[in-house]
Design a protein around this ligand. Structure first.
Ligand SMILES: Cc1cc2nc3c(=O)[nH]c(=O)nc-3n(C[C@H](O)[C@H](O)[C@H](O)COP(=O)(O)OP(=O)(O)OC[C@H]3O[C@@H](n4cnc5c(N)ncnc54)[C@H](O)[C@@H]3O)c2cc1C
Length: 408
């Protein structure tokens, strides 16, 4: 039988993991991994953290060693942008004019940083952070005493604010909503985080709109909606990501807040999508979900590879996300939803605690501050969907793993 070809578009975390999962699960034919960036696949979480604070090489987090690709017979092409897809002919066109055919296609095109269309947004020094190249450029501006303005109180803005302070910059963070991370965090935790940033010297301003940027060539100031002018040597725009769906949409594939896939990451016959770009039928919540997280970029490729090789595994589960700011490690389990009750486990003043969200007595979400050891039992508790006494959950003298064992 002739060789079949699996083509993966997007050589980020999810693309690389798909190649590995296919090999591991028994795909013996050709694998072609095509990536628009100039570097081999790497992980993005360090870009806003160690890469900025410790001068770490953005590619030190290369997902696989250079030899891995040859050893596993994965044909990696970097600097190789796919321009269009023709699902009927099972062919794609590259930006350099080349054409490749596929038997199986996996789209792992990720996200791009959302841009602001405000006056002056094109000035030098108004940047966003998505790639290793962005991180290198950003780092070169983080000089002691520099005025850095962060736009957006989401994970990227907050992490970069923390990194900028570590490098001795003045950091001002502007968030238009009255709360940080409104879509992800309970208000109580958002206030805790805001307090911590202020204590670290960040000038944190909530409920503030940005009108534009001033400068000639390079940015010099940020103008707020109320007319205030803030000096700025660097502006980092962290206002969220947009899934890269252009290729899929132009090819007539279904897109709705991402490339629409079923519970096995399938878009259409022999076409799959994984990672940040995909909106999947989540086996846990039963709803369509699109996640921008390291964990999802690890797990979706496993499910897609299984489906490609004839298996039936469904993708999904209690989502997990983490962020590091200063010495604060925050982990989130579950997606924010209205909760009937909040239970605090531990003392925020001690710097280590959990905040649990309950619906009808069941834990549905958990936020862990410097309490990573509680992650596994809490995940099991959420999965178990059992009602528990809030006083038991709040009692730090009762190890969670015992509570879980008794309840499940
Ligand atoms: C700065 C930063 C910090 C983060 N920190 C955390 C964290 O602390 N915790 C956490 O859980 N998650 C974090 N994340 C999120 C996590 O890194 C992403 O969810 C993950 O990288 C998604 O992987 P992906 O492969 O789906 O997409 P990506 O990593 O975006 O990869 C997609 C790749 O596809 C390529 N591509 C797109 N279109 C084409 C095309 N037409 N042709 C060829 N190639 C194409 C892109 O160039 C890109 O290289 C962070 C993300 C960023 C940006």
């Amino acid at each position: 039988m002739s060789q079949r070809t699996a083509v993966i578009v997007g050589a980020g975390q999810a693309g690389a993991r798909t190649a590995a999962a296919l090999r591991k699960q028994g795909w013996q034919d050709r694998i072609l991994l095509l990536g628009a960036e100039e570097e081999p696949p790497y992980e993005r979480p360090p870009l806003s953290k160690q890469v900025l604070t410790e001068d770490a090489d953005p590619n030190a987090g290369g997902i696989y060693a250079p030899d891995w690709y040859a050893d596993e017979a994965v044909e990696l092409r970097v600097g190789c942008r796919v321009e269009s897809l023709d699902p009927a002919a099972r062919r794609l066109r590259l930006a350099d004019g080349g054409v490749e055919g596929w038997d199986v296609l996996v789209l792992a095109t990720g996200c791009e940083a959302r841009r602001l269309s405000l006056p002056g947004a094109g000035l030098d020094g108004v940047v966003s952070l998505r790639t290793a190249a962005d991180a290198r450029a950003l780092r070169s501006h983080l000089r002691p005493g520099a005025d850095v303005v962060l736009i957006g109180g989401g994970f990227i803005g907050l992490e970069v604010a923390a990194s900028a302070r570590r490098r001795g910059c003045n950091a001002t963070l502007l968030e238009m909503r009255p709360q940080l991370l409104e879509r992800a965090l309970p208000a109580r935790l958002a206030r805790y985080l805001a307090q911590r940033h202020r204590r670290e010297g960040v000038d944190l301003r909530l409920g503030v709109g940005v009108a534009g940027f001033e400068g000639d060539g390079g940015v010099r100031a940020v103008r707020l909606s109320d007319g205030t002018r803030l000096p700025a040597d660097l502006v980092v725009v962290g206002v969220g990501g947009l899934p890269n769906v252009g290729l899929a949409r132009a090819a007539g594939l279904p897109c709705d807040n991402g490339i629409r896939v079923d519970g096995a990451c399938r878009v259409a016959e022999d076409i799959y999508a994984v990672g940040d770009c995909a909106c999947f039928d989540d086996s846990w919540s039963g709803r369509p979900v699109r996640l921008e997280s390291w964990e999802n970029a690890e797990l979706a490729p496993q499910a897609a590879a299984k489906a490609i090789l004839g298996g039936t595994e469904r993708h999904g589960g209690v989502p997990w996300f983490w962020t590091d700011q200063y010495d604060l490690n925050l982990q989130l389990l579950g997606l924010k939803q209205p909760v009937a009750q909040e239970v605090l486990r531990g003392d925020p003043d001690s710097g280590s605690f959990c905040l649990l969200g309950l619906v009808e007595g069941r834990v549905t979400t958990a936020a862990l501050v410097n309490a990573g050891r509680e992650r596994r039992p809490l995940k099991r508790l959420i999965e178990a969907r059992v009602a528990l006494d809030p006083a038991t959950l709040a009692d730090i003298d009762r190890p969670l793993r015992d509570v879980v064992s008794a309840a499940t």
